[in-house]
Design a protein around this ligand. Structure first.
Ligand code: SAM
Ligand code: SF4
Ligand code: SF4
Length: 335
C-alpha cells in the first residue's frame, strides 16, 4: 500500500494507542490531584476499545503506512492482560512495537511483555533522588522500584531502554545532572523533555520550562558532550554523546525548538478517538464507526481522509495565548 500524506506532506508513520485513562501516579504536570481526585470519573470498561478493536485499527493503519506503534496511557500496564494485546499486535506483522510506562509494574510484567513480542520499553522517571521524584509523582512512589522495573526490562531483552524525564523548573530543574551521572555507562538513554502545555489542568507557564539547551549546558559543564546525528529523519530527540564514549542522552525540545514539520504521529485515545495532534481540541470517533459495523474499507478510507486533511502544527504556533485553548488531557492520549 502507498503511504498516506497530510496537507504538509507528512506521512502517517507512527501510531500511539492509549489503552487506559487510569494511572497509579499523580504527576503534577499530567494528572494533578486537584483534578484527578477520588471523585474523578474515569471511562467505564465498556467505553474502552477492546483489544480486537485496537488490533483492527493497527492493522488498517499499517496498510496506510504506519511502521511504529507505541502503547501508552494513563498507565498502560494497569490494563488487564496487556500482554495479550501485545501478542495480537505482534501477529499483525512487521511493526516496531513499543510501550511507555511509569515503570511501577514493570518488574512484574517485563518477561510476559517480551514473550508476547514487545520490542522495547520507554520508562518515565523524573529524578533519581526520592524527595524530587516523589514531588513529581505525588503519590510517594520511590525511585528504587522504578529502577527495579528498568533492570527487569533490560534483562528481558526490552532494551535499549529509553528513560523519559520531564523537567519542570522549581521542582526537578536540578535533576538532569544527577540523572545523567546515574545512567552514564548503563546502556540506557535518558531523554530530557521540556515541560509542555498539554491539557488544561496542569497550570502550565512558560516560566516553568527549562530549555533543552540549558539542560545540555548543565550536563556538558561536568560531563562533556558532543552532538550526534539523528538515527532517522524526523527523530524527535536531539542526540548528544559523552565525549568519553560512555553513552548518550537526548533532549526533546517541543517548546523551544518544535518539530511539527516532521511530525508523523497519530494518536488514538482509550475510547477510540483519533487525534492528529497532541494539542488537538477534538478528535474523530473511530469506536463509533467500528461499533456501527463499518467495514474495513470504510474505516480505512475514514482514517486516510482524516490524515489527508491534517494541518496541525500547534508547537510551531505556540504562545502564552495558545496555551489557554481547550485541549485534550495527556492521560487520555498518552504523550
Ligand atoms: N504513564 C506512562 C508514563 O508516564 O510513562 C505513559 C503515559 S504518559 C502521559 C507519557 C509521557 O508523557 C510520559 O513520559 C510523561 O512524562 C509525558 N508527559 C506527561 N505530561 C507531560 C507534560 N505536561 N509535558 C511533557 N511531557 C509530559
Ligand atoms: Fe501517570 Fe504517566 Fe501521567 Fe505520570 S505521566 S500521571 S505516570 S500517565
Ligand atoms: Fe506533532 Fe502537534 Fe506536536 Fe506539532 S504540536 S509536533 S503537530 S503533535
Amino acid at each position: 500500500m502507498p503511504d498516506t500524506f497530510d496537507t504538509a506532506k507528512r506521512a502517517f508513520r507512527d501510531l500511539r494507542v492509549s489503552v487506559t485513562d487510569r494511572c497509579n501516579f499523580r504527576c503534577t504536570y499530567c494528572m494533578p490531584k486537584e483534578t484527578f481526585g477520588p471523585d474523578y470519573q474515569y471511562l467505564e470498561r465498556t467505553e474502552l476499545l477492546t483489544f480486537e478493536e485496537i488490533a483492527r485499527l493497527v492493522r488498517l493503519s499499517k496498510d496506510l503506512g504506519v511502521t511504529k506503534v507505541r502503547l501508552t496511557g494513563g498507565e498502560p500496564l494497569l490494563r488487564k492482560g496487556i500482554e495479550g494485546l501485545v501478542a495480537q499486535l505482534r501477529a499483525i506483522g512487521d511493526l516496531d512495537l513499543t510501550l511507555t510506562t511509569n515503570g511501577s509494574l514493570l518488574a512484574r510484567k517485563a518477561d510476559a511483555l517480551a514473550s508476547a513480542g514487545l520490542d522495547r520499553v520507554t520508562v518515565s522517571l523524573d529524578a533519581v533522588d526520592d524527595a524530587t521524584f516523589k514531588a513529581m509523582n505525588d503519590v510517594d512512589y520511590p525511585v528504587a522500584k522504578v529502577l527495579e522495573g528498568i533492570e527487569a526490562a533490560a534483562d528481558a531483552g526490552l532494551g535499549p531502554i529509553k528513560i523519559n524525564a520531564v523537567i519542570k523548573r522549581g521542582v526537578n530543574g536540578h535533576a538532569p545532572l544527577a540523572m545523567a551521572r546515574h545512567f552514564k555507562g548503563s546502556g540506557h538513554i535518558v531523554r530530557f523533555i521540556e515541560y509542555m502545555d498539554v491539557g488544561s489542568t496542569n497550570g502550565w507557564r512558560l516560566d516553568d520550562v527549562i530549555s533543552g539547551q540549558d539542560i545540555v549546558a548543565a550536563i556538558n559543564a561536568e560531563l562533556p558532550l558532543e552532538p550526534i546525528k539523528p538515527n532517522y529523519i524526523g527523530e524527535v530527540a536531539s542526540r548528544w554523546r559523552y565525549r568519553d564514549g560512555s553513552g548518550e542522552i537526548g533532549v526533546i525540545t517541543s517548546v523551544t525548538a518544535p518539530f511539527c514539520g516532521s511530525c508523523t504521529r497519530g494518536r488514538v485515545s482509550a475510547q477510540g478517538m483519533l487525534y492528529t495532534c497532541l494539542f488537538a481540541s477534538s478528535g474523530h470517533d473511530l469506536r463509533q464507526m467500528m461499533r456501527g459495523l463499518a467495514s474495513d474499507a470504510e474505516l480505512s478510507a475514514a482514517i486516510a481522509s482524516i490524515w489527508e486533511t491534517r494541518d496541525d502544527r500547534y508547537s510551531d504556533l505556540r504562545s502564552e495565548a495558545t496555551s489557554d485553548l481547550p485541549k485534550i488531557e495527556m492521560s487520555y492520549i498518552g504523550g
